[in-house]
Design a protein around this ligand. Sequence first.
Ligand SMILES: Nc1ncnc2c1ncn2[C@@H]1O[C@H](COP(=O)(O)OP(=O)(O)OP(=O)(O)O)[C@@H](O)[C@H]1O
Ligand SMILES: [Mg+2]
Length: 212
Amino acid sequence: MLQLQQILYAPATASEPILRGIELYAAPGRPVLVAGESGSGKSSLLEVISGLASNKSGSIRWNGSILNQRQRRALCGMVFQFPERYFLGLTITQELKLGHRRLSTDRINQILRRVGLEQIDRTMAPERLSGGQQRRLSLAVQLLRGAQVLLLDEPTAGLDWSVRDDVLSLLADLARDQVLIVVTHEPELFQRWACDRHRLEAGQLTSLTTLP
Ligand SMILES: Nc1ncnc2c1ncn2[C@@H]1O[C@H](COP(=O)(O)OP(=O)(O)OP(=O)(O)O)[C@@H](O)[C@H]1O
Ligand SMILES: [Mg+2]
């Protein structure tokens, strides 16, 4: 399980702290939804957890042990709001094979099935996928890497209703085995998702409801 205690994030480039006194707990079967307005610090929170940014004080523990930034980068998989900015492969297969030269077709099929992309043409450029499909591909990349903590930034942004339902069932499925933290400015779309709910306001996190 993942535990954040008293996280303070105050990069030199910011005039005041972006995150203060953050306390958060997440575990498999206990996914977390963080809701907050634009500018409240949602993406910053995911950047600190994933080791892309460095907190000034406080601790981030995994199964009780404090993790440094490098360890967090290995543990966490970030699914960005606009994954197309980070794709490197010329085709979907290539994107999945980055860093795994010997990846079998069976494993590729299995992972694409897991994220609901088994039907797509894998010779296509990842950028040609729809927004929702790009986030699924980016999730598949993180699952292949063995990321145990999945961090999703605005997974429903720009998706139409039918696709949003698919995203919710995928999240419910993933949350059984992985630690899942989702940040969003549209929490009403996640009403039917069983998760612990928090609100982020001007860099401060308040717990709203927790699972029984
Ligand atoms: N490295 C940084 N240096 C200075 N200020 C920063 C830095 N990163 C983020 N900020 C500021 O911190 C605040 C929170 O930014 P953040 O991107 O985390 O918000 P957000 O909740 O993800 O917003 P949005 O919903 O628009 O994506 C903003 O005011 C932003 O300008
Ligand atoms: Mg953001």
